[in-house]
Design a protein around this ligand. Structure first.
Ligand code: NAP
Length: 323
């Protein structure tokens, strides 16, 4: 039978496909959005619109009221101007928890965290019980948000479950670097030998639903592909699928302290102008950190089956469906 579900971040790259899947499964969905475009997209999927920002307690309360499942996805690497990762992810989560804590109908609160909580682990395969050791502001804000979810769950106020999501790929995800690779002008920091865990959007959406259905309160689950190749191997797949050219890794030519200092200045400048900067120290580290996520918990405990366990299958599928 369908459940009542509230989704924050419902209009995002993960949120919209999740809302579509929830509606297809017969659930009654309410999605939070700040914009007209977001409202239209949600209405077109047959979802109810909860109009507002994460600091609008009344909007969050309306969304949470009567909800059986909440997916808290609103957030991101940073916002425009002075919207830091801490404001967006830690503070945002604090406000969403305040609206959801103690809601009697609620049986699962799934928080969209990130593999960025691990920082750089030199290619190590990590399990969910490894201590977070973020080396980015984004990773820190996600680890802090996780701690809030865990604390509220330990108090018995919230049925919190954490999804530590890898870099999601699919049509239109900037992480795929489709346009620069097609145009033969892809540039990336590092040397390409690091491992950045990935997950196909279809598997990400399916895994989030399995976590909501069967995940244990207070636990974290990795949402990542079974195979996690080096980043240069991943982009070679994009190049092969698009007929483009694999990116050039620039660290061979520019020392990392020069890159980080330039990125810091760039972030400062664009945030003063109220714009969302793209070239930041966090972004450099997201492309150069190395870690691999073990996914046994998702597979064995929750019985999850991947549609695309390996990007070797998932990446060509993204472009095949474009045709
Ligand atoms: N994409 C990935 O590879 C990835 C990997 C790991 C973890 N995650 C996490 O998963 C979540 C969803 O990611 P995504 O890629 O789908 O994000 P996205 O495409 O950037 O979308 C962000 C969403 O957050 C909402 N939002 C942003 N600021 C808000 C605010 N102040 N108040 C209310 N809503 C706000 C936006 O809603 P409106 O603009 O409609 O208001 C939008 O729906 C994020 O928390 C992200 O950190 C993503």
């Amino acid at each position: 039978m369908g459940e009542r579900v509230f989704v924050t971040g419902a209009t995002g790259r993960i949120g919209l496909p999740l809302v579509r899947a929830l509606r297809a499964a017969g659930h009654e969905v309410a999605g939070l959005t700040r914009t007209d475009a977001g409202s239209e997209a949600l209405t077109a999927l047959g979802a109810q619109v909860v109009r507002g920002n994460m600091d609008d307690a009344e909007a969050l309360r309306r969304g949470a009221e009567g909800a059986e499942v909440v997916y808290h996805l609103a957030g991101g690497v940073r916002g425009p101007g002075r919207i830091t990762p801490d404001l967006l992810n830690r503070r945002g989560t604090e406000l969403v928890i305040a609206a959801c804590a103690g809601v009697p109908s609620l049986r699962a609160f799934v928080y969209a965290s990130s593999c960025a909580v691990y920082g750089d682990r030199s290619n190590l395969w990590v399990e969910e019980d490894f201590e977070p050791s973020p080396n980015t502001r984004y990773g820190r804000s996600k680890a802090d948000a996780e701690a809030l979810v865990r604390a509220s769950t330990a108090r018995g106020d919230l049925p919190g479950i954490i999804a530590r999501i890898a870099a999601v790929y699919g049509k239109g995800f900037p992480f795929m670097m489709e346009e620069p690779i097609r145009a033969g002008r892809g540039l990336l920091p590092g040397e390409g030998r690091n491992h950045v865990p990935t997950i196909h959007i279809d598997d990400c959406v399916a895994a989030l639903q399995v976590i909501a259905a069967k995940g244990r309160r207070g636990e974290a689950y990795h949402v990542a592909d079974r195979a996690q190749p080096q980043i240069k191997e991943l982009y070679a797949l994009v190049a092969a699928a698009t007929g483009g050219r694999a990116p050039t890794f620039w660290s061979t030519y520019i020392p990392s302290y020069v890159q980080l200092s330039a990125a810091r200045q760039n972030e400062r400048l664009w945030s003063r102008l109220g714009v969302k900067p793209r070239f930041t120290p966090d972004n450099i580290r997201h492309y150069t950190n190395s870690v691999r996520l073990r996914t046994e918990r998702l597979a064995k405990e929750l019985g999850f089956g991947w549609k695309y366990p390996d990007p070797k299958d998932g990446v060509p599928a993204v472009f095949a469906s474009n045709a």
